[in-house]
Write a protein that binds this ligand. Structure first.
Ligand SMILES: Cc1cc2nc3c(=O)[nH]c(=O)nc-3n(C[C@H](O)[C@H](O)[C@H](O)COP(=O)(O)OP(=O)(O)OC[C@H]3O[C@@H](n4cnc5c(N)ncnc54)[C@H](O)[C@@H]3O)c2cc1C
Ligand code: FES
Length: 340
C-alpha cells in the first residue's frame, strides 16, 4: 500500500545509509533535494530517457513513457526513469557512483560570441565552487529560469567545448532551436555578467583509452564535445590517427575553422574534413559536398579498425551508425551523444 502524500518514507541507494523523503514527489525531485543530481535533459518530462536508475524495490509498474524509452531487457532488469517514479513507499535503488560526484555550480557569463547565424559560444566563469573536474565529451545541465511564457524552471543539457584543463572556465556552443524554451532564453535573455546555475558533469561520451584510430562525426553544435576532445588530445600529446567529419549546410554554417586548422598543425595525425550539403554559389566551395553519411562512406575504409564518436541530431546519428556498421565497426566501438 502506498503511504499517504506528505508522509516520510526512505530511499536507500547502493550500499549507503537510507535517508527520509516525503511521499508524493518524483524520485528525480527527491534525489535532487538530497543533492544527488541524476541526468535529466528534458527536465522531468519523460522524453530524454537520461534519468535511468535501477529500482530494486518500491517502484510500481512502468508507465507508458517508460515503456517507450526503456527496452524490454532494461525493464526486466528493473530500470526506471527517475522522473516517472512517484515516491510512495520505501525505495531501494542502484545508480552509477559517478552521479554522486555531480554537483550544483554557480557561474557568471563572461563572454558571448556568435559563431554562425544560429550557433553561439557562451563562456562561463565558475564562481562557486570555483572549479569543476570533468572528462572531455561530458555535459552539464543548465538551469533556465522562468521568463516570458516559460512559467517554470527547466534544465537543458550542454556539452563542454573547452578541455578539462580549463577547470574554472567552461565554453558551451549552443544552437538556437526555433521556439525552443531553453535556447530562446540563452539567445534572447542572457546578457553578459548574468549569473547562472548548472549541475554536472554527466555522461559516458568521452574518449576511450586505446591506441585505435578515431573517427569523429558531428554536425552543428555537435562540434562542442569534439573540440573538447581534440584540445585534450593536443594537451596530452596523444598521437592517435584522427579523422573528423563535420557536416554543415553552407559555408556560413561552418565555424572554428581556424582552430581546426591549428589542431591539424599541432596534432601529429589529425585531419578535419568539413562537408557542405547545400553549398551556395557564392561559397565557391571546393571541399567535400553531400550528406555527412555520403562523405563518411566515401572516406572510411572497409573493416575500419578504429573507434567512432558521434554527436548531433538523432537522425544524423542513426544514419551514420548504419554506415559505420556497414564498414565493419562493431557496436562496442561506437559512442554517441544524441542532442535531442
Ligand atoms: C547529452 C546532451 C548534450 C547536449 N549538448 C548540446 C550542446 O552542446 N549544444 C546544443 O546546442 N544542444 C545540446 N543538446 C541539446 C539541448 O539539451 C536542448 O535539447 C536544445 O538546446 C533544445 O532545447 P530547447 O529548450 O531550446 O528546445 P525545446 O523547447 O526542448 O524544444 C522545442 C522544439 O524543438 C524540437 N527540438 C529540440 N531540440 C532540437 C534540436 N536539437 N534540433 C531540432 N529540433 C529540436 C523539439 O522536439 C520541440 O518540438 C544536448 C542534449 C543532450 C541530451
Ligand atoms: S528527465 Fe528526461 S526522461 Fe526523465
Amino acid at each position: 500500500m502506498p503511504e499517504p502524500a506528505g508522509t516520510n518514507v526512505s530511499i536507500a541507494i547502493n550500499d549507503r545509509p537510507a535517508f527520509p523523503v516525503p511521499t508524493g514527489q518524483s524520485l528525480l525531485a527527491a534525489l535532487k533535494a538530497h543533492t544527488i543530481f541524476v541526468p535529466s535533459a528534458c527536465g522531468g518530462r519523460g522524453v530524454c530517457g537520461l534519468c535511468r536508475v535501477k529500482v530494486l524495490a518500491g517502484a510500481g509498474p512502468c508507465t507508458p513513457r517508460e515503456e517507450a524509452l526503456l527496452s524490454e531487457a532494461d525493464r526486466l532488469a528493473g530500470m526506471h526513469l527517475a522522473c516517472q517514479v512517484t515516491v510512495e513507499r520505501d525505495l531501494r535503488i542502484s545508480i552509477p557512483n559517478d552521479f554522486f560526484s555531480a554537483r550544483e555550480y554557480k557561474a557568471e557569463v563572461i563572454a558571448l560570441r556568435d559563431l554562425t547565424p544560429d550557433i553561439r559560444e557562451i563562456t562561463l566563469q565558475l564562481r562557486s565552487p570555483p572549479v569543476m573536474d570533468f572528462k572531455a565529451g561530458q555535459y552539464i545541465q543548465l538551469r533556465i529560469p522562468p521568463y516570458e511564457q516559460l512559467r517554470r524552471t527547466i534544465y537543458r543539457a550542454y556539452s563542454m567545448a573547452s578541455p578539462p584543463s580549463a577547470r574554472d572556465r567552461l565554453e558551451l556552443e549552443v544552437r538556437q532551436v526555433l521556439n525552443g524554451a531553453g535556447t530562446t532564453y540563452l539567445f534572447k535573455h542572457l546578457p553578459l555578467n548574468t549569473h547562472v546555475v548548472f549541475n554536472g558533469p554527466y555522461g559516458e561520451f568521452y574518449l576511450r583509452e586505446s591506441n585505435r584510430a578515431i573517427t569523429l562525426i558531428a554536425g552543428g553544435s555537435g562540434m562542442a564535445p569534439m573540440k573538447a576532445m581534440l584540445c585534450a588530445m593536443q594537451e596530452r600529446k596523444i598521437r592517435r590517427n584522427v579523422r573528423y567529419f563535420f557536416g554543415a549546410r553552407a559555408r556560413r554554417d561552418l565555424f572554428l575553422m581556424d582552430e581546426m586548422q591549428a589542431l591539424e598543425q599541432s596534432l601529429p595525425d589529425f585531419r578535419f574534413i568539413p562537408a557542405l550539403s547545400k553549398p551556395l554559389p557564392e561559397d565557391q566551395w571546393t571541399g567535400e559536398t553531400g550528406l555527412i553519411t555520403e562523405v563518411l562512406d566515401r572516406h572510411l575504409e572497409d573493416q575500419y579498425p578504429g573507434e567512432a564518436y558521434l554527436c548531433g541530431s538523432p537522425a544524423m546519428i542513426q544514419a551514420c551508425v548504419k554506415v559505420l556498421q556497414k564498414k565493419g565497426v562493431a557496436k562496442d566501438r561506437i559512442f554517441y551523444d544524441t542532442f535531442a
